[in-house]
Design a protein around this ligand. Structure first.
Ligand code: ZN
Length: 215
């Protein structure tokens, strides 16, 4: 009777053990990757989701930029930054029910933030989701410009101050609920004034204003 030579036991067990360890490693790696992706999504979603000056819901589908605003040739609100490095995030979700209704302009902390148009500083804010903020109205009182997450204000800036187009209002920062690692200006335009609306009610997408200038 010929004995079938049994395959050596221990090496096979070792091989199986190595396979199992490799499989476990792959599964754990995939799980860690998934957690990292989810954390990143949460961090991005949380970023200034409540930065609008008003907590009421704003319209999800705003009108295209008004021609009179386009014709003004507004200054870009962050000095030294151009539109090519910016994404249009106006319609992005912020949390479950909110829409961004603004533009985020990433820039190094301390970069000057300038008035997009001539007008008057209506009020200043400090605290809440927007952090240090400037509310500026144009000369006609028709449009409101909102600048949020500022690191600090320009010296002497106060409500009632008349500003020129391009005048420094403050500096890019992360005050409010902006991630500390991602300094940026949250910039929004609202149609305001008699019979038109209040701050936060009638947002206008700023992005196409400079898109047309760039094209
Ligand atoms: Zn924003």
């Amino acid at each position: 009777m010929i004995d079938r030579v049994p395959a050596p036991g221990p090496p096979r067990r070792r091989a199986r053990g190595v396979q199992r360890t490799a499989l476990l490693g792959m599964v754990m790696g995939a799980a860690l990757l998934l957690v990292a992706v989810i954390v990143q999504i949460i961090v991005v979603e949380r970023g200034d989701r409540d930065a609008a000056p008003d907590r009421r819901e704003a319209a999800a589908s705003p009108a295209p930029p008004p021609g009179d605003l386009l014709a003004r040739g507004l200054a870009f609100p962050v000095r030294g930054i151009n539109l090519s490095s910016i994404a249009d995030s106006f319609n992005d979700a912020r949390g479950a029910t909110r829409v961004h209704n603004a533009m985020d302009i990433m820039a190094p902390r301390g970069t000057p933030v300038v008035a997009v148009d001539a007008g008057t500083v209506e009020r200043l804010g400090n605290g809440g989701a927007g952090g240090i903020t400037v509310y500026q109205v144009d000369q006609a009182g028709r449009y409101g410009f909102y600048y949020a997450h500022l690191d600090r204000l320009a010296p002497g800036l106060a409500p009632g101050r008349v500003v020129r187009r391009g005048e420094v209002l403050g500096y890019v920062g992360t005050t409010g609920n902006a991630p500390r690692s991602a300094p940026h200006l949250h910039f929004a335009i609202y149609e305001i004034g008699e019979g038109r609306g209040r701050w936060g009610e009638r947002p206008i997408n700023p992005y196409p204003l400079w898109k047309q200038q760039a094209d």
